[in-house]
Design a binder for this molecule. Structure first.
Ligand SMILES: *Cc1c(COP(=O)(O)O)cnc(C)c1O
Length: 360
């Protein structure tokens, strides 16, 4: 069996230890004689799996007691609708910060439910940076302020948490949740699709402050009503059980790695290896402003786009896969989530130096 280094933006690499454990437990979970896939979500075995997953996530992120953790379905894009449906209440507007394609999609979807305002945008800079907080025009009557902490496509990441006063802060953290310690108390709501840094697609994690529950529009489907799901401990309907189990194993793996402070140090080290190379040469280029560069998704171009295809082909031959940039922006993108080992990043950097030596 040969495992490649998988730089996919998502669904993405998982910790190998997690996959091995899932394999070992596939047919018989802890002497139950069943696979986790085959268990009733209301049985004591699965209830214990779900409870551990939540407890471990709470411990990792130090989630305060007045926040609910929900395990939902529909991915981050469902949340683009569920956030306004659940949080608008009597307000008719919400503020959005536009830092790239995922924020834009969130804004677009919110238009079905309210009149979202773009409080700040880096569109003029072609989304190569985060807009400075001093430039944001926030509305004190907005239901919430929404931003995307890491733009997975553009490779632009917030390395600070915006202060929005008494207006609840909502964040799409799909591609950088659990990559560093987080002060959850700064947020009204955080959501993340699982398939980047948590586990398999099909699971969405929502962390919501409890005073924001109970404002859902009457038309909100019950399974998408945060309050109803919080009261049912995410089991109003059948949750994505196997994905929750794998997420739980990933949380345990993160604890074994030393928790989020340790994983952040490794993520900084990994990203620095690639950015240092990009900045050393004219052959490669990273368009993103230094302070706002993502530690998770590194977007870069080759000076000569005619070399894109040979780059991807030769990388693949060396076991470095999925480096092609998003179809909308072209170029390259190396996604180096928590589960990408340092060895994978070193192999990428060695390959890039060698490729430049031969083609530069
Ligand atoms: C991947 C991603 C999404 C979309 O997730 P889906 O599961 O396809 O809905 C949204 N926002 C961000 C930041 C992402 O990285």
């Amino acid at each position: 069996m040969a495992r490649i280094f998988n730089f996919s933006a998502g669904p993405a690499v998982m910790p190998e230890q997690v996959l091995v454990q899932a394999r070992d437990e596939m047919l018989d979970w802890h002497g139950s004689g069943m696979s986790v896939m085959e268990m009733s979500h209301r049985g004591k075995e699965f209830i214990s799996i779900a409870a551990s997953a939540e407890a471990d996530l709470r411990a990792l992120l130090a989630i305060p007691a007045n926040y609910k953790v929900l395990f939902m379905q529909g991915g981050a894009q469902a949340q683009f609708a569920l956030v306004p449906m659940n949080l608008l209440g009597s307000a008719t507007t919400a503020d959005y910060v536009d830092t790239g394609q995922w924020s834009k999609k969130a804004i677009q979807e919110a238009k079905r439910y309210c009149t979202p305002a773009v409080a700040a945008s880096s569109e003029k800079e072609r989304h190569t940076r985060v807009p400075d907080r001093a430039q944001w025009r926030l509305n004190p009557n907005a239901a919430y302020v929404h931003y995307t902490s890491n733009e997975t496509i553009g490779g632009v990441e917030f390395h600070w948490i915006p202060d929005t006063g008494s207006v609840p802060l909502v964040c799409d953290m799909s591609s950088d949740i659990l990559s560093r310690p987080l002060d959850v108390s700064r947020f009204g709501l955080i959501y993340a699709g699982a398939q980047k840094n948590i586990g398999p697609a099909g699971l969405t994690v929502v962390i919501v402050r409890d005073d924001l529950l109970g404002r859902a529009m009457p038309a909100t489907p019950a399974v998408f009503d945060y309050k109803a799901q919080a009261e049912a401990e995410s089991m109003l309907n059948t949750p994505p059980t196997y994905a929750m189990y794998l997420a739980g194993l990933t949380f345990k793996w993160l604890q074994g790695q030393g928790g989020l402070a340790a994983i952040e140090r490794r993520n900084i080290e990994k990203a620095a290896l690639v950015y240092e190379l990009l900045d050393q040469t004219e052959f490669y280029r990273c368009p993103v402003r230094r302070e706002d560069r993502s530690r998770m998704n590194i977007a870069f171009t080759l000076r000569d786009a005619a070399l894109d295809e040979p780059f991807l082909k030769e990388a693949k031959q060396q076991g470095l896969a999925e480096l092609k940039g998003h179809r909308s922006v072209g170029g390259m993108r190396a996604s180096i989530y928590n589960a990408m080992p340092l060895a994978g990043v070193k192999a990428l950097v060695d390959f890039m130096r060698e490729f430049e030596r031969r083609h530069g």
